[in-house]
Write a protein that binds this ligand. Structure first.
Ligand SMILES: [Zn+2]
Length: 506
């Protein structure tokens, strides 16, 4: 049984920053690093200083400006890398040099072109050099999971003997399976007794979607540090996602007996900042930080969550710093969900008001996938305005083509009476307005007509505002619909209603 505190090593600014298309300047790196410190990560891997002057500058700035956290710089097991890394981080409150070399035969043969003996020798000498510069030294055996376990054990033992304080065993190519990886870690700890006196770390890639599962298997096997990145950023399919790893340990703490120093309420903010500065959007259904991670769409789920959160939520949105579960209403949402969503907007609805609002909401939800808070606000304010109306548009039909004059029929209800109106003239909007005039028996004159989208997306609600002159006086009307023709007809009827109410129509 594993137990204790897990060190969270964040590599968003090093492995994450290596993702194609991401290019952060030094100031942006500092901004992310400061947020990572607030989030409570133990180690920030700030960059790979030898790789470029820009990277060196970013690491140096973070080391100088960000406090309360270990600042780490990456270096190949090469003297000039290690010295450059040290130059970049020497001002840090708690500096760490992270040096690495490949241990798999395939990397030795094709990439390094070195023998096993040469690799073992380089690891010894370079860890020793790093230790002479910095008290905190991490050593990684790149491609560890595809290495001969005996040779890997020999290299790790040498690194421990030279004074490395953290030993990282990465699944560089994302090939391991969780059960296998757990056993792999256990076996290395058996073969290298010195690993009991240092921090064993893992660094898993997500090529098969197993980075977090493998990291979890490793900590259950005794690893004490997890290398991960915000939003799962990193080379190729990315690294283990920091937020997933942390929330697994948090949510299942009683089963796992493991904890972290992460201030989880900073997770959402950190994710958004990283997404914004890297330009890597978070997929909506991403665990923990996706837009929909706490959104309940099905009616049964919504109803359950509203009655008791734990019916369908294993953790709360507020635990990652989101103000509330953003309930997205859709066609499966029930009356209770609508009522609660409206209450969150400060609008109390009961009885008949709720019935009417719900009927109207259902009509919109049939045509619009997601009904958002903004949609609801507009819908209901219109619902309330409509109640005192004398006239109601019951139906309309308009035919429009490139060759024929538009024709239109409308049915307006006035005090229980159905009034039919017809027209055939002008454009299709004009035709509708004339049909309404015909039904009601007035002569309106359109003075102003405006359309605007009140919510985003192709299926946005459109708001139409008209000003109609009736018997020499101007009356305004506004209405909403996802269909602009319908909104126009309703707005016109609203204007005529206002004319009636003001006594402008007898
Ligand atoms: Zn990596």
């Amino acid at each position: 049984m594993s137990s204790g505190r897990i060190t969270i090593f964040d590599t968003t600014l090093r492995d994450g920053e290596q993702s194609p298309g991401i290019s952060l300047n030094a100031l942006e790196k500092v901004e992310i690093a400061e947020q990572l410190a607030r989030l409570g990560v133990d180690v920030i891997e700030a960059g790979f200083p030898i790789s470029s002057p820009g990277d060196f500058e970013g690491v140096q700035k973070i080391a100088a400006e960000v406090s309360g956290v270990t600042v780490c710089a990456l270096a190949r097991a090469v003297e000039k890398d290690i010295r450059t890394a040290w130059d970049a981080i020497r001002e840090a409150e708690r500096p760490r040099i992270h040096t690495f070399i490949s241990t798999s035969d395939v990397h030795l043969k094709y990439q390094l072109r070195k023998s096993r003996d040469e690799v073992l020798e380089a690891a010894k000498r370079m860890v020793s050099l790093a230790v002479s510069l910095c008290d905190d030294v991490e050593f990684s055996a790149m491609d560890a999971t595809r290495s001969d376990p005996e040779f890997l054990a020999a290299v790790l033992a040498a690194a421990v003997a030279e004074g490395a304080t953290t030993i990282n065993i990465p699944d560089t190519v994302g090939y391991a399976l969780p059960s296998e990886f757990g056993d792999f870690i256990r076996r290395q700890v058996e073969m290298v007794p010195g690993l009991k006196d240092v921090t064993v770390s893992v660094h898993c890639h997500n090529d098969l979607g197993l980075a977090v599962a493998n990291s979890l298997a490793a900590v259950q096997a005794g690893a004490k540090q997890v290398e991960c990145a915000v939003n799962g950023l990193g080379e190729r399919a990315g690294n283990a996602s920091l937020e997933e790893m942390v929330m697994i340990l948090e949510t299942r703490r009683s089963s796992l007996g493991l904890s972290t120093g992460i201030n989880t309420v900073e997770i959402d903010r950190t994710s958004k900042l990283v997404s914004q500065l890297t330009g890597y959007e978070v997929q909506p259904n991403k665990a923990i930080v996706g837009k929909n991670a706490f959104a309940h769409e099905s009616g049964i789920h919504q109803d359950g969550v509203l009655k008791e959160r734990t019916t369908y939520e294993i953790m709360s949105a507020s635990s990652i710093g989101r103000s509330r579960s953003d309930i997205v209403l859709g066609k499966h949402s029930g009356r209770h969900a609508l009522k609660v969503a409206m209450e969150e907007l400060g609008i109390e609805l009961d009885g008949e008001e709720l019935d009417q609002a719900f009927a109207r909401f259902k009509k919109i939800a049939d045509r619009k996938k997601q009904v958002t808070a903004v949609d609801l606000e507009h819908l209901v304010s219109e619902e309330l305005r409509q109640q005192a109306d004398l006239l109601e548009l019951k139906s309309y039909e308009v035919t429009s083509s490139s060759e024929f004059i538009p024709t239109c029929q409308v049915i307006i209800e006035k005090e229980g009476e159905r009034l039919l109106g017809k027209s055939f003239s002008g454009g299709s909007m004009e035709s509708i307005f004339q049909a309404i005039d015909d039904a009601v028996g007035i002569q309106g004159k359109l003075k102003d007509y405006q359309v605007r989208a009140v919510t985003g997306g192709k299926d946005a609600l459109g708001e139409v505002r008209v000003v109609v002159e009736v018997n020499g006086e101007d009356y305004a009307g506004t209405a909403l619909s996802i269909d602009v023709v319908e909104a126009s007809a309703k707005a016109y009827v609203r204007a005529v209603n206002n004319a009636y109410r003001a006594g402008g129509v007898k």
